[in-house]
Design a protein around this ligand. Structure first.
Ligand code: DGT
Ligand code: CA
Ligand code: CA
Ligand code: ZN
Length: 584
């Protein structure tokens, strides 16, 4: 059963390919419109498929409805398959080049007779593209930059996407006979913000490996088998993600798990530590050394878990998120554990948008969803007035929103609900560092998140000053998504984060970890300094919908990687304590 998102994706693929095939523009747009409708539907589209009433949906016509029914029955959509035959596969990749639309793609493809991204890059560099009508030198330069960006990051995906592939895959494999232990390894186990490929490790008897690999390569998500051997198979999913499955013996499993979890940098230090203790560590195990100082496979050192191996190297167990060779070895030589925040510690949802600005749901709907998910409070923070493009609130609207929140809170008390809505705002930081409302309005909020949404390209020094002014403003409790980056899409602003962390810690202002998987900003790499300065954070979903609230889990993954324990994360406080902190 396909989800709303999956069906929307298919329709959008049709839309993209139709444009590249030069088909009727209006027919193509119809697919895009249907995709949008289904994507933003709050009920499961399955209901409409079962009742055969898809055409009740605005923007879904009869023929597209038929395409969807067929897709649901057969798993493929003829119109899409047909288009795939018609459009050169290389050209489809051009759609990922930002700033290059289908019209120009077709023009370049036809005029220059090229289909590959590499050919396009060359044509931009040697002036052929610049000579085409309507393109010019500037466009060609932009295309080259986008291609370079793509080549650097294009093969990676967001943490959320990788997790949504790995989880069902792991659950599925775990049910296969013969699987004794299983773990997701690699960058995903380390909670990196973007993932190259997904690595899964299984412990099984060698005789069972064949069957397990059979199951793996026949999984629903698989479209291509990239390789198959005795101990490793690789597949590709429909979205182009690669998954590597390795099967090792139970005996080798702990050493293999350390090896394939990485990072490479962490592994290098682990091997050095083994060496300096007259042992050799590799993916098969821990061994003694021969007289010549080579690995002596006849001298295995016993272990039954990752923890055992760490102990053999005079270390306590190092949580996977921290295995980046960024100070974890010194720490875990001395200390048994580091208390990292857990998803269950989070008590409240801070930073959420409602229909008052660009959110999809009313405050009440958002509040009830938070309640259902087990949270104690919701901090609403719509956009401020300068963010007109996102429906930012005028002073008048702010005051009306406050009334609505007061009434809602009263209603919740009457119902006996143990839940409260806080009045917040995501105030733009204007280019001179001032906020978006006069002080007397700012004082009326329970909390203020200060964010930059425009003028992101400011020189570093000026941008840092801009943030520092916001940090020291007495009305501001937190800084939102400090760099404004969109992972795999655009770099963030240039900022002196070291200075900001120091400044924020001094002023008791938090810097959020924006949990939206596109952002994950502030970056975990600032974790060491944040710890040293005792910086506070809040793990904020920046939710624009009910589903968006669940992004908190990615924020928690990044907060762990950034060495935050719950005592430095504000939304682990109970509603009462959170209010007290806001007032202090
Ligand atoms: P990714 O896939 O780019 O997001 O990052 P990883 O860390 O998952 O890297 P991947 O998939 O190439 O390899 C998984 C782990 O296997 C990696 O974290 C460490 C280990 N590994 C792979 N190749 C090497 C190597 O050449 N040397 C060492 N020391 N470890 C390696
Ligand atoms: Ca990997
Ligand atoms: Ca891999
Ligand atoms: Zn924002």
């Amino acid at each position: 059963m396909a989800t709303n998102e999956e069906i929307a994706d298919k329709l959008r693929e049709v839309y993209n390919l139709m444009q590249l095939a030069g088909e009727n523009r209006f027919r193509a747009i119809a697919f895009d419109r249907a995709a949008q409708t289904i994507e933003s539907l709050s009920d499961p589209v399955q209901q409409y498929i079962e009742n055969k009433n898809l055409t009740d949906l605005k923007g879904v016509g009869k023929s597209i409805a038929e395409d969807i029914y067929t897709f649901e029955e057969t798993g493929s959509m003829p119109v899409l398959e047909h288009l795939k035959e018609k459009v050169p596969a290389g050209l489809v990749k051009w759609l990922n080049i930002s700033g290059l639309g289908p019209k120009n793609i077709l023009k370049i493809h036809k005029e220059l007779g090229i289909t590959e991204v590499d050919e396009l890059k060359k044509a931009c560099e040697d002036g052929r593209v610049a000579k085409l009508p309507g393109l010019g030198k500037k466009s060609a330069g932009k295309i080259v930059k986008s291609i370079e960006w793509l080549q650097q990051f294009g093969e990676r995906c967001l943490l959320s996407e990788a997790a949504s592939i790995a989880q069902p895959m792991k659950d599925f494999l775990n049910q296969q006979p013969g699987v004794k232990q299983i773990e997701v390894a690699g960058s995903l186990r380390r909670s990196k913000e973007t993932i190259g490929d997904i690595d899964i490790l299984v412990a099984a008897e060698p005789d069972d490996a064949e069957k397990i690999f059979d199951a793996f390569v026949n999984h629903d998500l698989v479209v291509d088998v990239l390789g198959r051997g005795d101990t490793k198979s690789s597949i590709r999913t429909g979205e182009g993600r690669q998954v590597d499955l390795r099967i090792v013996s139970e005996k080798e499993y702990p050493a293999a798990l350390i090896y394939f979890t990485g990072s490479k940098e962490h592994n290098v230090v682990m091997r050095q530590r083994a060496r300096s203790r007259n042992m050799s560590l590799n993916e098969y195990g821990l061994f003694g050394l021969t007289g010549e100082g080579e690995t002596d496979f006849d001298q295995p050192v016993d272990f039954a878990s990752e923890e055992d191996i760490y102990r053999r190297l005079d270390l306590h167990f190092i949580p996977p998120e921290l295995r980046e060779d960024r100070g974890e070895f010194d720490f875990f030589e001395e200390n048994e554990t580091f208390p990292l925040i857990e998803l269950n510690d989070v008590c409240g949802v801070v930073h959420a948008h409602s229909t008052w600005s660009d959110g999809k749901y009313t405050i009440e709907k958002m509040a009830r969803a938070c309640m259902e998910k087990g949270y104690e409070y919701l901090g609403i923070s719509d956009h401020s007035r300068t963010a007109a493009y996102a429906g930012g609130l005028s002073i008048d609207e702010v005051q009306k929103q406050w009334e609505e929140i007061d009434q809602l809170n009263e209603k919740l008390i009457e119902e006996g609900a143990d839940f409260v809505v806080f009045k917040g705002i995501e105030s733009d930081i204007l280019s001179d560092g001032s906020l978006d409302y006069p002080d007397e309005i700012l004082d009326g909020f329970d909390f203020v998140i200060a964010s930059v949404h425009s003028g992101l390209e400011m020189p570093q020094e000026q941008m840092t000053e801009r943030f520092m002014k916001a940090i020291e403003h007495p009305a501001v409790q937190m800084i939102g998504h400090p760099t404004g980056r969109l992972l795999l899409r655009r770099d963030g602003s240039k900022l002196d984060m070291n200075k900001l962390i120091d400044w924020a810690a001094q002023h008791n202002t938090a810097i959020e970890i924006n949990a939206n998987p596109w952002r994950l900003d502030m970056d975990w790499r600032h974790g060491n300094l944040a710890l040293e300065k005792k910086l506070l954070t809040s793990i904020n979903p920046d939710a624009h919908s009910i589903d968006g609230i669940d992004d908190i889990r990615y924020g928690v993954m990044i907060a762990r990687k950034a060495k935050f324990g719950k005592e430095r994360v504000l939304n682990t406080l109970s509603a009462k304590k959170f209010r007290k902190w806001l007032e202090s």
